[in-house]
Write a protein that binds this ligand. Structure first.
Ligand code: GTB
Length: 209
């Protein structure tokens, strides 16, 4: 059965691949699973039909027959469980999936909030260095762990898929480039043909609108 995911009808990033449907598209491409996409407007996300499958009125969602999932981590986990290609070193890959979403992403999201939504506050300039240092504290640790390795745990895993997706959000800030091995790690992720297909698919949607 071909699953259907939801994505922004028009992503606020104009197709830079930062909206979370790209992570799900990437995982689907990695495992060679064809999929369909239902595009949703901001209003549509809060309409009863969508709220019935996503209690918080967001994208992405994943529908496969009677199975409806929300939360990117859960969807990528479901796909990793289903497909042997991502199943190696399962427990460690799951650990890295949670580390990406629960440990590395929160300070990065805080930086996005500080740079975009708090930029007009009187205290913003003073706070920004603190927020950036919190991001650097995590990246110092991640960079030290990764060292010269290609991926976090031997072969590419769903943990790398989510970690690269999370780190990609830092590109605009310039902080990623302070870490040569992490910048190269992200570039390796982006160079994967499955990522390129996922990026192109979401870009086509946004270029068209
Ligand atoms: N924890 C959930 C998950 O991982 O699936 C979070 C889902 C989520 O935040 N979805 C966002 C959404 O639907 C889209 S990805 N927002 C609409 C709403 O809440 O009403 C977040 C996002 C949006 C835009 C950009 N961008 O333009 O750069 C990047 C990321």
């Amino acid at each position: 059965m071909i699953p259907t995911i939801t994505a922004f009808e028009r992503s606020p990033d104009g197709g830079k691949g930062l909206a979370r449907d790209t992570r799900v598209r990437w995982a689907l491409e990695e495992v060679g699973q064809p999929y369909e996409v239902r595009l949703v407007s901001f209003a549509g996300m809060k309409a009863p039909g969508h709220m019935a499958i996503h209690p918080f009125g967001q994208i992405p969602t994943y529908e496969e027959g009677s199975l409806c999932l929300f939360e990117t981590g859960s969807i990528v986990f479901h796909l990793a469980e289903r497909h042997a290609g991502l199943r190696d070193a399962r427990a460690r890959a799951i650990t890295w999936m949670f580390a990406a979403l629960n440990t590395v992403e929160p300070p990065i999201l805080e930086l996005t909030t500080a740079r975009i939504f708090e930029a007009d506050r009187s205290w913003s300039e003073e706070r920004l260095p603190l927020v950036k240092d919190r991001v650097r504290a995590r990246l110092d640790q991640l960079s030290a762990y990764l060292g010269a390795a290609e991926w976090l745990d031997g072969a590419f895993s769903a943990g790398d898929l989510l970690m690269v997706s999370v780190l990609l959000r830092l590109r605009m800030s310039g902080i990623l480039d302070e870490y040569q091995n992490l910048a190269a790690y992200v570039a390796r992720g982006e160079a994967r043909p499955a990522y390129a297909r996922a990026f192109a698919a979401q870009f086509a949607v946004n270029a068209a609108s």
